[in-house]
Design a protein around this ligand. Structure first.
Ligand SMILES: [Zn+2]
Ligand SMILES: [Zn+2]
Length: 248
């Protein structure tokens, strides 16, 4: 049974059961720089109202069918880039329009729906088998996302660390650069003290599944490589001011 959902000034009719089949078992396994950045930032930096809307439409907000880096718009802040994502849904836009007005959550993040397949042109589809199904509509988001990878040196993908939150072992780890913006972005500016200290460096880990972000204080001497830091991770001190609450 299709369900009617209010989407700004529009109504969408969505078949949740049929849509759920698209997302069941779908993987978002890519760990290229862009996709890894999305996985470690999205739960903290995508507006919750947007996530809630996507969930109400019956799609998995963390597994877009398509996602790509759109460069930077002139109004995006320094250190940020723009992510455009698309989810496929079975349903229709209930009005004469083929596309909805963009729905803004703030001045940098918005979402819209489109029933025209031409809206997808320019993408390499990973879902060739269902693309072209006339029952589909497409929901797009455009989000300003911080580029954590520019703020960390020696980012390394590892399976040798357990996530304290979700138990998964796929993490990326690195050292925060001296003037890293990450402490400000995550709302923990007191961590800057450790990145700027003569005696210590700050190592960080991000879970590629749930986005949990942890820190360890690493002495500058002896100068350890990141692989050694990963091996001894649990022996290093957690910064006293750091909250280890998982995002959203
Ligand atoms: Zn990728
Ligand atoms: Zn996790």
């Amino acid at each position: 049974m299709p369900e009617t959902i209010t989407f700004g000034n529009f109504q969408l009719e969505v078949d949740h059961q049929k849509t759920a089949k698209i997302y069941k078992g779908m993987l978002f396994a890519c760990i290229c720089d862009f996709c890894a950045n999305v996985k470690i930032t999205q739960r903290r930096h995508v507006p919750k109202a947007q996530t809630d809307l996507l969930i109400s439409l019956g799609v998995n907000p963390w597994k877009p069918c398509l996602t790509e880096f759109q460069g930077r718009k002139t109004f995006d802040r320094p250190g940020y880039g723009r992510k455009l994502s698309c989810w496929y849904l079975y349903g229709k836009i209930v009005s004469s329009e083929q596309t909805t007005e963009p729905l803004s959550f703030d001045k940098l993040n918005w979402v819209w729906a489109d029933s025209r397949q031409t809206a997808l042109s320019g993408y390499d589809s990973i879902l060739d088998d269902i693309e072209g199904d006339p029952g589909l509509i497409y929901v797009f988001t455009s989000n300003e996302m911080p580029w954590y990878s520019d703020q960390v040196s020696g980012f390394k993908n590892t399976v040798n660390l357990d996530c304290q939150n979700c138990g998964r072992v796929n993490q990326i780890v690195g050292f925060l650069k001296r003037k890293s913006r990450i402490p400000a972005w995550i709302g923990e500016p007191s961590l800057e003290e450790f990145t700027q200290s003569r005696d210590s460096r700050l190592a960080t880990s991000f879970c590629l599944k749930c986005g949990l972000n942890e820190f360890r204080i690493i002495p500058r001497r002896p100068r350890l490589k990141i692989t050694e830091v990963i091996r001894q991770w649990d022996s290093f001190t957690v910064p006293p001011t750091h909250s280890t609450k998982p995002p959203q």
